[in-house]
Write a protein that binds this ligand. Structure first.
Ligand code: COA
Length: 645
């Protein structure tokens, strides 16, 4: 969600108390679940599901029992869904982190004169990171307030405190999100990756923090050391690009040796990783830069010059390809945007303070991390490299700037830009596949204590009616009929958004009911083994709005083999889309999807223009409420109205 940085009143910084995420009423969730799925499954299947859901929700039934337990859990915890959600969304997932899980933020292309110039940029970037981290540590980050729908409420800041002190440790069945307690400042270090080698850059030497010039000096030493082929170590970063179980198994082999144990411990405790990339040799465009961020181009390019478990990993390529790739479990893209926008502004706004440096001889040589390898470990590295290569070959990515119009045009139609784009995505999908599918749109629930996200299920029945009106029934319907369908679709989407961001979405609730049943060691209730439930969690279209106010964009991969990942960044006069899919699927093609999206967006604009008279009679309550954000408070659930102390 767009965030507004506002200085909180003096002395009241973060002195507000956020409400707990509510547990939605059971009947409301079950009814919504049925209406979300009715038009996405066959009628016969739907009737079966309906009977199962009715039984689950009947008085004295399983649903009521689980709801009661969930309410008890809510009483006892700060956030009843947080752990369930974290495990389900991330820690239980076994797929490799690159492409499948880690999002990337692509910075504007830099024009470096030479390697030294790129190192200067890197040193300045790290200085910015340290400045930002200090703001986090001293708790002076201004509180975020919601913008857009239901603007004005303060948002939970917890995710910021997980940017630099977390690590995702691989496990055989489940990973662990390790949160490091603040240690002594003298131990603060970053890891620098260069030519697939890992170096420790201590940030405090002789009790003095390194200055930017010192960081540059150390980076230069590292680049030189990385050239030394005699001391070159095997590309151990590759192991972190593998499936989580494979990496956990490999890690178990590695830690038998104390050298490996020590190297891993140093990496796991670093603040962030800085990857100094060689030129990739790829033509530098938006799509190729996004690919290099997501997977590094495989082991032959920069894919091994990474440590994917580390939440914050900055990439500075000699060819000007720069950005971050992040382990997603500790924070959402919106927090990442806030951090990276700060850094971009720091980079352009505050000149390098190269000043007087500590003498080179006073600075200890950065340590190269050493690894003990065996033929078995070599085989593991080879297998990881091959699997990464498969992922690289399979990813079909297209970054597209739609320049015909942007969110200002949509606002002029008195429509929510986000809802409009979501409806356009449904239209594009229908055009390509002749059906709608379970769709995920992340909805921030940071209005609540430790809130992360819930799901806006954008494939509404109203969206289906609209996309049919624009395709199958195109010839038989008048423009005003189509326009009415568009309004219905936009309003359904806007209403769902409000439901989700106020903590009343159905995905978290159903997950909670499922997990609490497991905790109670009950047999899994039929509602969760039913075919419809399985389909409802196959997000063939996985979408997210990640808006930025400086020139950069976010991207990520699909979440199922036959799906699309679509990250969009609405700007005043254009819309940026990063679309991903897998070549291996015969059902998807990113370029075809983009083309359909382009055409649909133009047709929607033409439709709006043709129906140019004000749509006030058709514009229903949801949209009007959004225009007048000041009045939105009255739509808030009572839990949110008593937010401020
Ligand atoms: N008429 C005119 N203007 C309208 C309008 C209407 N009917 N409805 C909304 N607008 C305006 C808003 O006031 C807002 O104005 P601003 O740009 O001046 O702030 C703008 O249009 C955007 O609003 P909207 O398009 O409705 O979206 P939103 O900003 O409320 O965002 C979500 C909606 C769902 C994306 C947001 O609530 C959210 O949850 N974001 C988090 C997503 C996330 O987590 N992403 C990262 C995942 S890793």
């Amino acid at each position: 969600m767009p965030i507004l940085e506002r200085e909180p009143p003096k002395g009241r910084r973060e002195s507000y108390v956020l409400p707990k995420v509510p547990v939605p009423p059971l009947k409301q969730t079950l009814d919504m679940y049925l209406s979300c799925m009715k038009h996405l499954v066959k009628e016969e299947q739907y009737q079966k599901t309906k009977a199962i859901v009715v039984k689950f929700g009947e008085p004295g039934g399983t649903g009521e029992l689980l709801q009661k337990k969930l309410l008890e859990r809510s009483d006892k915890t700060y956030n009843w869904v947080y752990d369930y959600w974290l495990e389900d969304m991330y820690l239980n997932q076994r797929l490799a982190l690159p492409v499948n899980s880690n999002p990337a933020m692509v910075f504007p292309k830099q024009n470096f004169k030479d390697r030294k110039d790129s190192l200067r940029f890197a040193a300045h970037l790290i200085t910015g990171v340290l400045e930002y981290k200090e703001r986090i540590d001293t708790r002076v980050l201004p509180v975020d307030f919601a913008r857009g729908q239901l603007a004005g409420t303060p948002l939970c800041m917890k995710q910021y405190y997980r940017l630099f002190n977390t690590y995702r440790l691989p496990g055989h069945k489940r990973d662990t999100l390790v949160i490091h307690k603040p240690g002594s400042i003298e131990q603060e270090h970053i890891i620098v990756a260069c030519k697939n080698q890992f170096f420790v850059l201590d940030l405090v030497v002789n009790k003095k923090k390194l200055k930017e010039m010192d960081i540059l000096t150390q980076l230069e030493k590292i680049v030189k050391m990385a050239e030394n082929s005699e001391e070159r170590q095997p590309p151990f970063g590759l192991l972190t690009s593998d499936g989580r179980t494979e990496w956990a198994q490999a890690r178990e082999v590695l830690i038998k040796d104390s050298v490996n144990r020590e190297s891993l411990a140093v990496i796991e405790k670093c603040l962030c990783v800085l990857c100094l990339d060689n030129p990739s040799g790829m033509e530098v465009g938006d799509t190729s830069r996004a690919l290099l961020m997501l997977h590094g181009g495989g082991h032959e390019k920069m894919g091994a010059n990474r440590w994917y478990d580390k939440p914050m990993q900055f990439i500075v390529g000699e060819d000007g390809v720069c950005g971050t790739v992040c382990e997603h479990s500790p924070f959402e893209g919106i927090v990442l945007v806030a951090c990276t926008e700060y850094l971009m502004k720091f980079m352009t706004g505050s000149p390098s303070k190269m000043g007087r440096a500590t003498s080179v001889s006073e600075l200890p040589t950065p340590a190269r991390l050493l690894w003990k390898t065996t033929p078995h470990i070599q085989d593991l590295l080879k297998a990881s490299a091959e699997r990464l290569q498969r992922l690289v070959r399979d990813l079909d990515m297209d970054v597209h700037k739609f320049e015909v119009y942007g969110k200002e045009f949509i606002k002029k139609q008195k429509m929510s830009p986000d809802a409009y784009i979501q409806v356009a995505l449904q239209l594009a999908f229908y055009r390509c596949n002749g059906r709608l599918v379970s769709t995920y749109e992340s909805a921030s629930i940071r209005r609540f204590h430790e809130g992360r996200v819930d799901n806006i299920r954008s494939a509404t029945s109203e969206a289906l009616a609209f996309v049919k009106a624009m395709t199958d029934e195109k010839a038989s319907l008048s423009d005003s009929e189509k326009m009415k369908q568009l309004w219905d679709a936009i309003n359904a989407q806007t209403n769902y958004t409000i439901t989700a961001i106020t903590g009343l979405g159905i995905d978290n609730h159903l997950l909670g009911l499922r997990e609490i049943a497991q905790e109670l060691k009950m047999e899994r209730p039929e509602i969760f083994t039913d075919e419809t439930y399985v389909a409802s969690n196959q997000f063939i279209l996985s979408t997210s709005q990640v808006p930025t106010t400086v020139e950069m964009f976010c991207c990520y991969g699909p979440v199922v083999p036959n799906g699309y990942g679509c990250c969009y960044n609405p700007q005043s006069d254009h819309l940026l889309f990063s679309v991903t899919s897998f070549h291996g699927s015969t059902e998807t093609c990113s370029a075809v999807f983009i083309k359909a999206l382009d055409e649909g967006l133009v047709e929607m604009r033409d439709l709006c223009r043709k129906s140019n008279k004000p749509q006030s009679s058709a514009a229903p309550a949801a949209s009007k409420a959004v225009v007048n954000n000041q009045g939105a408070g009255s739509k808030l659930p009572s839990t949110l109205q008593k937010t401020m102390k």
